[in-house]
Design a protein around this ligand. Structure first.
Ligand SMILES: [Mn+2]
Length: 651
């Protein structure tokens, strides 16, 4: 059999707790398979189960519970009454754009003077910048609200304060050692920060009549309908809100103050539901966990996006070919809406993304949607040409071609023609294809030289999912060769002098080779539960869709089953084959037998295993398969399709 790198199969421990599974199946009136999945995913508490299977608006936490939210909402309310000028400072990604749109729409709903500013990806980079703060001040901004950024901008916030502005920071990113001295900070995850306790930026204002009138001081945790005092002596119950999720909470709390009532009235309620659709888009696009409160935001937000899209969203749904859908999945946002909005940010036009999200004018919406669609096409062709150039360079630098699997431990590529807006996506594709960390450095357009006249390039780095390898740590080890770097375990950015690239290429490869355990092979595959194929009947699989929308930390269920036999030789599925060679199909179709029953398994992109499966069939070898189960409804008949995800020879 061919030597095939295999992933390690990992299982959640919970699915062995049979009594608990039985009890849950009975209590929630759900099939055993679904109960097992919920237990495997740690969703067991009755309220968690109810929220997970049937997420409702009342499952959202009361907005005033979010630290700083009540204070910021009251400040906004007072500033609106005083006729102040607002500026919203956002970000060029989808989360930043939707967060900006939410607060801008709100302020305009209340008739306030409000502008927005989205930094330019190329010139400004991410986050609040001093020059932009000065510019907004010159243009008359009196209240500065940051969304999806600002929590690390200690100096810039200080500057805005010195210029006399009221500063409200709303963010969800990791803070630095110190928090900015803003007038209010709204953030779901600062409880353990040393600057949190006793910090007035999180405390409600004395002038907050709404809170005084309506808050229930001793409302129990289960009392989800009551307005709650901010609870500052324990963490907010869900720390993984997106930037748009935070902005949504703030806009909702501001609505309460505008009417001094819990019931905000028809007009503001319609706004809140539309803001929820934007929060859902930001939440999916920012790849935060689709669990707990985020699950409610996305589930309900997608529902209202279908039911009542804004003028701009309707136009965007149409160009994305989604308008006729009965229902939206998280992937529709991730793969169709998100890229179109993101393309605007990547190609230095992010403000058109926000313009589309806030417009009320049908003609303008159509034009903007068409324009974003065009930008996305440009982005795709840039991405294709960059990927081709990168593949060529791999051959030139490493002397290997695309099909060769014996590559170095990491790829470091650089070019003068690469657009900074797409190097991150391409690095991600290379990392996936070659299964090693990949860094793409763009030397063009930076125009930047340091004091010694050296040219500085900007790089985007991507790691490999599920490998345990930490990209940021690896870059830290090479810090002497870098001008700067930042990021996380899986994705990072860096700046490097052109003359250091050669040395860095070798140093980085060495660090990676040391850090990546060769035993780890292709990384881990997390399997929900082991099931017999016979258990996955159409009605059971239909119930599994109650776990949707699937996405980050809430993937489509992945099962495995052991010791199945092929009942016939593997077959090519469809006509697609590699390089026109019919003996190398792209997809396969397998037939397996378990407990006397025969099942069809679709094996997309498993063409390279053709020889292995042939041998497995001929030698009557038992295999374990990891798979997902999908409903296939065709001309009135419903059956279950099994999709192969991974396989291994049974022990
Ligand atoms: Mn964000």
């Amino acid at each position: 059999m061919s030597k095939r790198k295999v992933r390690t199969w990992r299982f959640h421990a919970g699915d062995r707790d049979l009594a608990r599974i039985e009890e849950l199946a009975r209590f929630a009136k759900i099939p055993h398979v679904l109960a097992k999945l919920l237990v495997a995913r740690g969703v067991e508490h009755p309220t968690d189960v109810a929220r997970h299977l049937d997420p409702r608006l009342f499952h959202l936490y009361e907005p005033n519970l979010l630290p700083g939210c009540a204070r910021a909402a009251q400040m906004i309310h007072e500033a609106i009454l005083a006729g102040k000028n607002f500026a919203i400072y956002g970000d060029y990604d989808v989360d930043g754009m939707t967060a900006t749109a939410i607060l801008l729409k709100y302020l305009r709903l209340e008739g306030a003077q409000a502008k927005f500013y989205i930094p330019n990806r190329m010139d400004d980079g991410y986050g609040l910048k001093a020059e932009s703060v000065r510019e907004l001040h010159r243009k008359g901004a009196e209240v500065l609200i940051t969304v999806d950024c600002g929590v690390t901008a200690v100096e810039e916030v200080q500057l805005a304060k010195e210029l006399g502005m009221t500063v409200i920071v709303t963010d969800h990113h990791q803070p630095a050692e110190r928090l900015p001295a803003a007038d209010a900070i709204v953030h779901p995850d600062l409880f353990s920060h040393p600057d949190f306790a006793g910090n007035p930026a999180f405390c409600p204002l004395d002038s907050d009549e709404f809170l005084k009138t309506h808050a229930v001081h001793d409302g129990g945790v289960g009392d989800i309908h009551a307005v709650r005092e901010p609870v500052l002596d324990k963490p907010y119950p869900f720390s993984s809100l997106s930037g748009a999720g935070v902005a949504f909470k703030l806009a909702w709390a501001a609505c309460q103050r505008a009417v001094n009532n819990v019931k905000v009235g028809e007009r503001r309620q319609a706004f809140i539901l539309q803001a929820l659709t934007l929060a859902a888009i930001g939440t999916v696009a920012d790849v935060v966990p689709l669990r707990e409160e985020n699950r409610v935001i996305v589930f309900q937000g997608l529902y209202y996006l279908r039911k009542n899209p804004s003028v701009g969203m309707e136009a965007l749904l149409k160009v994305a070919g989604l308008f006729d859908r009965q229902k939206f999945e998280a992937d529709d946002i991730g793969f169709r809406l998100g890229p179109r909005l993101n393309a605007a940010g990547r190609l230095e036009q992010a403000r058109f993304g926000v313009d589309l999200l806030i417009t009320e004018d049908e003609e303008q919406a159509k034009e903007l949607a068409k324009y974003l669609d065009q930008l996305n096409e440009n982005r795709k062709s840039l991405e294709r040409s960059t990927l081709m150039a990168a593949t060529k360079q791999i051959k030139a630098v490493y002397g290997k071609d695309a099909s060769d699997r014996e590559l170095p431990s990491a790829l470091v590529l650089a070019d003068h023609d690469w657009h900074r807006g797409v190097i991150g996506i391409v690095a991600g594709k290379l990392a996936e294809k070659y299964h090693c960390p990949a860094i793409m450095i763009s030397l063009n357009k930076t125009g930047m030289t340091d004091a010694d006249g050296r040219r500085i390039g900007t790089g985007s780095a991507r790691g490999i999912a599920g490998s345990g390898f930490n990209l940021r740590d690896a870059l830290y080890e090479c810090r002497d060769l870098l001008e700067g770097f930042g990021g996380h375990a899986g994705a990072a950015g860096l700046r490097i002098a052109e003359e250091n690239i050669e040395t860095f290429r070798e140093a980085f490869a060495e660090v990676v080779a040391r850090q990546i355990n060769p035993e780890a092979g292709m990384g881990e595959l997390w399997i929900d539960t082991e099931e017999l194929l016979v258990a996955l009947t159409p009605p059971v699989v239909r119930e599994l869709y109650r776990l949707a929308p699937f996405g980050q930390d809430n993937p489509a269920p992945l099962f495995c089953t052991t010791r199945v036999m092929l009942t016939e030789p593997p077959r090519a599925l469809g006509k697609q084959c590699h390089e026109g060679d019919e003996s190398r199909p792209v997809h396969l179709e397998l037939f397996v037998e378990q407990m006397g029953k025969r099942y069809r398994v679709v094996a997309f992109n498993f063409g390279e295993s053709l020889g292995d499966f042939q041998e497995i069939y001929e030698t009557r070898t038992a295999v374990d398969v990891a798979f997902s189960a999908k409903l296939n409804e065709f001309q009135g008949t419903v059956k279950v399709d099994f999709h192969l995800v991974d396989w291994r020879v049974s022990e």
